[in-house]
Design a protein around this ligand. Structure first.
Ligand code: CTP
Length: 130
């Protein structure tokens, strides 16, 4: 069985999130998703997510192509998570291209193209400006 692992905040869930998770699952048999904790998101983006981590976990775990979810507490633990879940492939959006090549001894790394013209940040800005 080929296991895929991917990571993200998945705040204000949108079709770009669906598209990457669907394509990630299509690369193997079992999809594991690390959902960034509220605290990790704050340290990455200097703001807390709109949806709290429990709600984001609930949304992601309810998708038909997601098999397992967990809270990602730190960006530096990628390798530990990959080993813990025995992942064969790490999938990331190409906004992260090259950034996780350092785990290539442990598993394959595939960067998938982002869905154009949509992001959580953009949705928040549009709603704020209305
Ligand atoms: N993603 C994607 N296409 C988009 C938006 C996101 O493929 N249009 C992917 C990212 O590359 C990542 C995953 O979805 O692998 C989770 O991304 P996340 O950062 O949570 O979503 P964004 O919409 O990019 O959020 P933000 O604007 O806050 O960066």
């Amino acid at each position: 069985m080929k296991k895929i692992i991917t990571f993200g905040t998945f705040d204000v869930f949108h079709v770009g999130h669906i598209n990457i998770l669907e394509r990630a699952k299509a690369l193997g048999d079992y999809l594991i998703v690390g959902v960034s904790s509220d605290q990790l998101n704050f340290s990455k983006k200097q703001r807390y997510p709109i949806y709290c981590q429990d709600d984001r976990l609930k949304i992601i775990s309810s998708l038909k192509f997601v098999d397992e979810v967990f809270v990602e507490e730190s960006l530096d633990l990628k390798l530990e998570y990959i080993k813990k879940f025995n992942a064969d492939i790490l999938v990331m959006g190409d906004d992260w291209a090259g950034r996780f090549d350092w785990v290539k001894d442990e598993c394959s790394v595939i960067y998938l193209p982002r869905t154009p013209s949509i992001s959580t940040t953009q949705i928040i800005e549009i709603v704020r400006s209305k």
